[in-house]
Design a protein around this ligand. Structure first.
Ligand SMILES: C[S@@+](CC[C@H](N)C(=O)[O-])C[C@H]1O[C@@H](n2cnc3c(N)ncnc32)[C@H](O)[C@@H]1O
Length: 277
């Protein structure tokens, strides 16, 4: 069945769940399908195609695997330390000097919410330190509605909190048996919505109303796409970012070449870029 077999499986995922593999790296798609085949014991594409045709639960697991939802709180802790110690205080000070409300953040490709909640925790902590009410707006989007439904529950395993500083675990989460729920005061600061980064018709999250962002996190998303799709995403990020705004990519990601001149790399410790003013 070969590549045609793989294509039939991807076609089924598109027809039934709307997941379009066009634009993603073919090798990544093949690896993700292979991981489900090995988990189910399917001996080939044909057998696996039958499984996804007859089992909606397996189709869900396939789409989950294809959209790669690996994440955790404070993933790459050095990045969050840099946000906490440098970027967010600078942005808050700039806003205050201009008499503007708090910072606007967009977490694009937010998986189950670990990333936007991590930023919300930092902003919560910074606001408490200043004895101020937080005024930030944090938008979080993903292509996968089911992932967003889970994100809204704000309930996580201890494992996904492994990199959270202990003091923040005790102040920003409520323990529920073996699990941890983000404190409602922190969780309600994040607004989740579906947004496809490859959709050229929309520039930014539908509920973010007009206005650009001071900080966009688009981490570990670009890496899965082919150059043409990366270009669509880079254009969207550039347009949605305020002049002087920050863009954070994953630790192994780089901007497509055509966009590199429009941003300045801010630090060697992470893939943080700043748009020209
Ligand atoms: C590996 S996760 C990254 C999670 C988080 N940003 C992090 O770095 O920990 C990649 C996320 O991108 C999402 N994604 C994949 N294709 C997308 C698209 N076309 N538009 C929006 N999100 C997409 C996936 O559903 C997944 O949740």
């Amino acid at each position: 069945m070969g590549n045609a077999g793989l294509q039939s499986i991807l076609d089924w995922a598109k027809a039934e769940r709307g997941f379009d593999a066009v634009g993603y790296c073919p090798s990544v798609m093949a690896m993700r399908v292979a991981s489900r085949m090995s988990a189910t014991g399917a001996s080939g594409y044909g057998e696996y195609l039958n499984m996804v045709r007859t089992s909606p639960a397996e189709l869900d697991l396939l789409v989950e695997a294809l959209t790669l939802k690996v994440s955790s709180f404070f993933r790459d802790p050095i990045v969050f330390a840099y946000l906490h110690d440098s970027v967010l205080p600078a942005l808050l000070a700039e806003k205050a000097a201009k008499g503007e409300r708090g910072v606007r953040v967009w977490s694009a490709g937010c998986a189950h919410g670990e990333e936007p909640y991590s930023v919300a925790i930092l902003l919560h902590e910074l606001a408490q330190r200043e004895h101020k009410a937080p005024e930030d707006a944090i938008f979080a989007t993903d292509i996968d509605e089911k992932a967003l439904a889970r994100a809204k529950e704000a309930l996580y395993t201890g494992e996904s909190l492994a990199s959270v500083p202990y003091g923040l675990v005790t102040t920003c989460f409520n323990r529920e048996g073996e699990l941890f729920r983000v404190l409602p005061a922190v969780a309600r600061r994040v607004r989740f919505s579906v947004h496809d980064m490859l959709d050229r018709r929309t520039a930014s999250p539908s509920d973010s109303v007009f206005g650009t962002f001071d900080l966009i996190l688009c981490r570990n998303v670009l890496i899965y796409f082919q150059p043409d799709s990366q270009d669509i995403i880079a254009q969207k990020l550039y347009r949605s970012l305020a002049a002087g705004g920050y863009l954070l990519l994953g630790q192994t990601e780089i901007l497509p070449e055509a966009w590199q001149g429009r941003f300045r790399r801010v630090t060697d410790c992470c893939r943080l870029y700043r748009k020209g003013k």
